[in-house]
Design a protein around this ligand. Structure first.
Ligand SMILES: [Zn+2]
Length: 108
C-alpha cells in the first residue's frame, strides 16, 4: 500500500518537473527568437512539437467562451448573451424577469 502511494506521488512529481522543463524550454525559445538565434529557435520548436502540439507558447483560447445564464443556468456564447447589471442572461426574457424582482439574486 505504501509503495502504491509512493508511486502516485512520484507520478505527480514527474508531471510537475516535465511541466517546469517545458515552460523553461518555451522561455528559452522565445528569448532565442528575440535575439535572432535562428538555429537554436528551430531546434527548440522541434522539441516543443515533439512534446505535444497543444503546448505551444500561446494557449488555445475559445473564440467565443460560454457564459452561464443567471436566471436558468443555460450556457450561451458570450456574443449571444445579454449582460444586465453585471449578470449574464441567455435571452432578453430572463433579464426582464430578474429586473422586475426587488432583489433578483436572492429570490428564486
Ligand atoms: Zn436563461
Amino acid at each position: 500500500m505504501r509503495n502504491f502511494i509512493l508511486l502516485i506521488a512520484l507520478f505527480f512529481v514527474t508531471q510537475w518537473l516535465l511541466k517546469k522543463k517545458l515552460r523553461h524550454a518555451n522561455e528559452r525559445a522565445q528569448a532565442a527568437a528575440r535575439t535572432g538565434g535562428r538555429a537554436s529557435s528551430l531546434s527548440a520548436r522541434a522539441e516543443s512539437g515533439a512534446n505535444g502540439a497543444n503546448s505551444a507558447s500561446a494557449p488555445p483560447q475559445l473564440a467565443d467562451p460560454l457564459i452561464r445564464c443567471a436566471q436558468c443556468g443555460v450556457h450561451t456564447p458570450r456574443s449571444e448573451s445579454i449582460v444586465v447589471a453585471g449578470e449574464c442572461f441567455c435571452c432578453a426574457d430572463h433579464t426582464h424577469r430578474v429586473a422586475a424582482r426587488p432583489s433578483g439574486r436572492d429570490v428564486r
